[in-house]
Design a protein around this ligand. Structure first.
Ligand SMILES: [Zn+2]
Length: 335
């Protein structure tokens, strides 16, 4: 849909996929690979505002037409709350440069292949739902799972704002599909960064329950505090667990187990969606707690113990030498 221009290397995806194929060839796993279908814009528009989606559809072409650099759309200025004399709703914004500032809250977002990434998560959600609906009682001890290998990630994007390499919130689109089908959903966000976009989209909702374990203080800086618990009907359904960068495997797993026992089980969800980032890895170049490759296998085992149909959705992870192994280990631990 849009010309690719990315700040993060696309080889992340092929490294992960190649590693999963390698695990299959060594009989360590039996991953089945599926291509996405096209479900159109409707599921996307149930999370994102129409004007924002229209902006994403046309931003690159408008930007280039207006003389912008072909490498990608980048904002020049942002509307700021201290611009107190400006009433944004009264201004008609037509410039492609101004729009870039209006719909982004940082400088990380160049427009890339976002529509396809959303179709991957929608297709994965439909596949998981199909498996659950078609499973028989003999298979009740199996925990169905699907992994949506999305790029770009999504958890920093809210309904009308892109940031942190995220444009469409893949996890939120998936959750919304399931909620609309009258299912209860838990979103467990284990990416290193706080999923401010996912939190924001569901902040006033009691379904899904959103739980984030993330490094702090760090990007996106202004969100992710424990005091952000949701509001109105959503109060108590937003749980933030900020962690110091020194957090090692055992400490991380203990906290994750506590969250599962105290918050996830009692919610009685039908589905679990995992915002899967492996930028908690100890050598991640842009983030990183102290999680090891072996630790990820234990994380996968612990997530399996929740015993819910699970959709893993790829978010961050930037240490290319281990990204395949670390993602693979979570999935191996789960299976
Ligand atoms: Zn991240």
């Amino acid at each position: 849909m849009m010309k690719a221009s990315t700040t993060k290397t696309p080889s992340r995806l092929s490294i992960i996929k190649d590693h999963l194929i390698h695990l299959n060839s060594n009989s360590l796993s039996k991953f089945e690979f599926l291509s996405p279908d096209n479900y159109g814009l409707e599921p996307i528009l149930s999370v994102h505002s129409k004007d924002y989606v229209e902006y994403l559809q046309t931003a690159y072409q408008e930007w280039v037409k207006d003389g912008g650099n072909e490498d990608g759309v980048l904002p020049e200025a942002f509307p700021h709350r201290n611009l107190s004399s400006v009433k944004l709703q009264n201004i008609k914004i037509t410039s492609s440069v101004a729009k870039a500032g209006l719909y982004c809250f940082d400088m990380s977002c160049c427009i890339t292949e976002i529509y396809e990434s959303a179709q991957v998560v929608i297709s994965a959600t439909m596949e998981l739902k199909r498996i659950v609906e078609e499973s028989t009682s003999d298979e009740s001890n199996l925990v169905p799972s699907v992994f949506a290998l999305c790029r770009p990630p999504g958890h920093h994007a809210n309904s009308n704002l892109c940031a942190g390499y995220c444009f469409l919130n893949n996890v939120a689109i998936s959750a919304q599909l399931l909620v609309k089908a009258n299912k209860k959903v838990v979103i467990l966000d284990i990416d290193y960064h706080h999923g401010n976009g996912t939190q924001d989209i569901f902040y006033s909702n009691s379904n899904p329950l959103y739980i984030s374990l993330h490094g702090s203080p760090d990007y996106p800086w202004f969100t992710g505090d424990e005091s952000e618990k949701g509001e109105g009907e959503g109060e108590g359904f937003n749980i933030n667990i900020p962690l110091p960068k020194t957090t090692v495997d055992d400490e991380y797993l203990k906290i994750l187990k506590r969250v599962i026992d105290e918050n996830i089980r009692s919610f009685n969800a039908d589905y679990l969606i995992v915002s899967l980032g492996v930028d908690t890895y100890k050598e991640d170049p842009i983030a990183g707690l102290q999680i090891t490759s072996g630790g990820y296998e234990r994380v996968g085992e612990l997530i399996k113990s929740i015993k819910l149909p699970t959709l893993f959705v790829m978010e961050g992870g930037y240490h290319l030498e281990t990204i395949g192994i670390n993602v693979g280990n979570i999935l191996l631990g789960f299976t």
